[in-house]
Design a protein around this ligand. Structure first.
Ligand SMILES: Nc1nc2c(ncn2[C@@H]2O[C@H](COP(=O)(O)OP(=O)(O)O)[C@@H](O)[C@H]2O)c(=O)[nH]1
Ligand SMILES: [Mg+2]
Length: 285
């Protein structure tokens, strides 16, 4: 956004201070009237990344509600066998759809992050469990200077209709473990609604394939000394269909990630298992 501002901030020095006196200090000032200047007020651009696997019945609801502060929407398709991509394109003709590289939600998010061009990136699920209007809170907090802004279902004004007892206990135990091991004060951890500054992504060096990516982002952000904030978020029920998450196997993956990050073990090297459906001959769009 560019605006032209006329900069004549000082009244002409008239030789009088309004009290019938003419102090030398005032009289000696040069004429400070300046020509009009152009002030550039930069509005950061915002990309939204939506991982989606077989969400044809939910994705319209999400895309229709994305607020106007968002300049780019990227749906990362997990090789859906339904019409997820078609519905996304029909709902929002400007949507960018990309097939994910590698397997799992983590691979999908990493694919979307690489494709994104915005200064800020906000990740949101495609199942209708997150209110897209909340994107504005993430953007506002990033604009205030935070590098990573995590949604929290535990803060006042936040909440969840989707946390089963097993998930609540598992998430609580993992939050406690991370806070103990990293000295952090997260109130929530395994939640896929968050925003981050794109220029901090490289610092995080993400390699996760599955749902453990949210934990990887949180602990790497702590280790990298990023400025982190939480904003309240209300998690709704997924609108249609079943969750892709298995509390036990995905919980185990998160525990393994924590052990690898904290113990002096080699970090997981990045080896994505590619799907042939995402490999097009070079030169074709
Ligand atoms: N592209 C892609 N999206 C995925 C994958 N697994 C899950 N998702 C998406 O990630 C989001 C969260 O998944 P969901 O099944 O709702 O997990 P839950 O919210 O933890 O129960 C949804 O939008 C899913 O469609 C995957 O392997 N690839
Ligand atoms: Mg969900």
């Amino acid at each position: 956004m560019t605006s032209t501002v006329s900069a004549t901030p000082f009244a002409p020095v008239s030789g009088s201070n309004g009290h019938g006196q003419s102090p030398d200090s005032v009289r000696r000032l040069p004429d400070l009237r300046l020509p009009a200047v152009t002030v550039r007020a930069v509005t950061p651009s915002v990309s939204v990344v939506v991982p989606a696997m077989n969400e044809e019945r939910n994705i319209r609801w999400v895309l229709e509600r994305i607020p106007s502060c968002v300049s780019e929407v990227i749906v990362v398709d997990g090789y859906s066998s339904d019409r997820t991509v078609e519905v996304a394109r029909a709902t929002r003709p400007d949507v960018i759809t990309v097939p994910q590289r590698g397997r799992g939600k983590g691979a999908a998010l990493r694919t979307g992050f690489e494709r994104a061009t915005g200064d800020f990136i906000v990740a949101i699920d495609a199942d209708g469990s997150m209110e897209p209007a909340e994107i504005e809170y993430y953007v506002a907090a990033l604009h205030q200077g935070y590098d990573l802004v995590k949604g929290s279902r535990q803060l006042r004004a936040g909440g969840s209709l989707d946390l089963t007892l097993v998930r609540r206990l598992g998430n609580g135990a993992l939050v406690g473990a991370v806070n103990l091991m990293w000295g952090s004060s997260f109130s929530d951890l395994c939640y896929g609604y968050f925003g981050l500054r794109r220029d901090k992504l490289e610092l995080l060096g993400l390699t996760s394939g599955g749902f453990e990516i949210e934990t990887e982002i949180a602990v790497r952000a702590v280790e990298a000394g990023l400025r982190i904030a939480e904003v309240p978020s209300v998690e709704l029920l997924r609108q249609h269909g079943l969750s892709h998450l298995n509390a036990w196997t995905d919980g185990w993956r998160i525990l393994r990630l924590l052990a690898r990050e904290r113990l002096p073990l080699a970090r997981r090297p990045l080896v994505d298992a590619l799907d042939r459906r995402g490999l097009h001959p070079v030169g074709t769009p």
